[in-house]
Design a protein around this ligand. Sequence first.
Ligand code: CP
Ligand code: NVA
Length: 310
Amino acid sequence: MTHQHFLDLSDAGTDAIAAMIGDAIDRKAERKGWGKGQPDADAPLAGKVLALVFEKNSTRTRVSFDIAMRQLGGSVLILDNASSQLGRGETIADTARVLSRMVDAIMLRTDDHAKIEEMARHATVPVINGLTDRSHPCQIMADLLTVIEHGKPLPGLEIAWFGDGNNVLHSILEAAGLMKFNVQVATPAGYEPDSEFVEMARAGGAEVTLTQDAAVAARGADVLVTDTWISMGQADADEKRRAMEPFQVNASLMVEAKPDALFLHCLPAHVGEEVSEDVFEGSQSVVFDEAENRIHAQKSVLLWSFGLLA
Ligand code: CP
Ligand code: NVA
């Protein structure tokens, strides 16, 4: 069995991402109505163990990888910073080599992206990015699946982002270049995404608009996306919150978008901050489909990492 790291979407590329989404749609349809922990008929990862390593909090990533592995016939174990030797300074390199002798794959959620690159360099099993300060590729696999499931093919799609230019936006931009959709980004001055990701999207053929006017970004959009104004590990500064206020996704912003536009949020949400309650709870919001799709999308990421998908 070959192994492939999934540190960012470009590790897989356009064709593999399309294959993963197709596989996720098929597997999800095949197990409709089954118990959530019941293995898929082919149980392709029977006997395999995935280590979930958390240096930051998580609800969805933790549960969705666990359930994904159960549905693929495998199992997980969970380590966190506080109770493992990572919290006492054992190196990433040694942790990678030890875990590689004991488990079949590693998912890491951490702060500095260099740490997951270090893990991947020293691991002899697949390493999957469960969020870093730089990117959140597993989230975007679920987002792409959700958008497609709701009848919006990716090529030419207009996706609009509001608020902080953060890790989730970086992975959306990376996906845009690979899957040929366009991104309208509205952030306050000083909170733009890293230019590396904007350039990556444009180099792949995506149109990227950067604006400080939320209404401009929303105009004609097929999908509106936002995220917390203060990500894990960031300082909770009043100045940043004030700068973000004009970027709330609310009813007056939604009317600028296409009438059938979708609202996405990776969650956890801060209703009343980055999104108003009426939008979050409204008929265009697909945030809980998006959360469930973490399971289905990550099953395909796991299969790809184990060399079992195109
Ligand atoms: N969206 C997401 O990654 O959620 P968690 O932080 O709960 O894992
Ligand atoms: N941008 C958020 C995403 C949480 C899933 C964070 O990094 O905290």
